[in-house]
Design a protein around this ligand. Structure first.
Ligand SMILES: Nc1ncnc2c1ncn2[C@@H]1O[C@H](COP(=O)(O)OP(=O)(O)OP(=O)(O)O)[C@@H](O)[C@H]1O
Length: 300
């Protein structure tokens, strides 16, 4: 379990993280979304123990992360800007990882060699940017981490490789209960991958959601009545958004689907359609006052 409470991180006169609190469960894939400068990298680096918090607490398994050598054996960060020693081959870099990380697993390293199809003798800096990213995943997964902290890791990978990497990560989550915290600008990219999403804005979490719960409880309903039901019926429902096109009401409603349909049926509607709702729509309707910021994150 990862627990962050009241985290403040400052850089001279900038407060990059402002009293931030969040929790990530073991075996979860947590997507951290936010526009440029929201504080994603700062949060991830603090979580990885690269930055020290100015105030508040950052704990993994109830231990503070900063300067915690044994905890750092169990976590690995793939940063947005990768670093490899100049002139090193994949094998030489792997040797460095072997010496540092006690949980390095040779079998995994060999198995992933065939997945990525890159030669171990290849000089890393001569590889393309996307291929260097693949090497970063290859080495990081060979460490068998409990926690992977990924800063916009899919940028620069082609769509086939994106899917391949996502599959590898999900496999480790399923088999070993690895926990992933992954930052992105793109909600669409995270939708099918994460089970939790947090939206960071100006150093604060605006919203934190379990995606399954979120999708379960919110519906887009298109409905038309022969006779308009009394206003009180709509008033007692948790309607987030409503529009009327001729005699058709289009509503975004929170609640249990079957119960909502039941309530409407009492008024003999002539049409009742439950339409699929995208995560983008859910976030926008959910956010109310912060819709603008969410809009920026989603469409950035
Ligand atoms: N090393 C630093 N020195 C000074 N200010 C910094 C430093 N790192 C980050 N900041 C500031 O902290 C704030 C958050 O930056 P951060 O890099 O964490 O955002 P981000 O969400 O990762 O952005 P992006 O999506 O553009 O990568 C910004 O205002 C940035 O200017």
């Amino acid at each position: 379990m990862i627990k962050i409470s009241g985290l403040i991180k400052r850089f001279e006169d900038t407060e990059a993280l402002t009293s931030l609190t969040m929790k990530v469960n073991k075996g979860s894939i947590y997507g951290l979304l936010g526009s440029n400068g929201a504080g994603k990298t700062t949060l991830l680096k603090t979580l990885a123990g690269i930055y020290q918090e100015d105030e508040g607490e950052v704990q993994i398994s109830e231990e503070p992360v900063f300067e915690n050598e044994s905890l750092k054996q169990r976590l690995i960060m793939v940063p947005d800007t990768l670093y490899f020693f100049p002139g090193f081959t994949v094998e030489e870099m792997a040797d460095f990882y072997r010496k540092i990380y006690h949980r390095w697993t040779e079998e995994r390293y060999r198995q992933l060699e065939s997945v990525f199809g890159i030669s171990r003798q290849q000089k890393i800096q001569k590889l393309s940017k996307g291929m260097q990213r693949q090497v970063a995943f290859w080495l990081s997964l060979s460490v068998m981490p409990d926690i992977m902290i990924l800063d916009e890791p899919l940028d620069g990978l082609d769509s086939v490789m994106r899917q391949k990497v996502k599959n590898l990560l999900v496999q480790d989550v399923a088999e070993r209960e690895m926990t992933i915290i992954i930052s992105s600008h793109n909600l669409r990219e995270m939708e099918d991958f994460c089970d939790h999403v947090g939206i960071l804005h100006q150093g604060k979490l605006l919203l934190e959601k379990d995606l399954d719960e979120l999708k379960k409880d919110i519906h887009k309903i298109q409905i038309a009545f022969k006779e308009t039901p009394p206003e009180e019926m709509f008033q007692k429902m948790n309607i987030l958004h409503t529009e009327k096109r001729g005699s058709v009401h289009l509503m975004i409603i929170r609640g249990v689907k079957e119960k909502l349909i039941e309530e409407f049926k009492a008024f003999q509607p002539v049409i009742v359609d439950i339409l699929p709702l995208t995560l983008e729509e859910i976030f926008i309707y959910e956010m109310g006052d912060h819709a603008y910021e969410v809009d920026q994150v989603i469409f950035a």
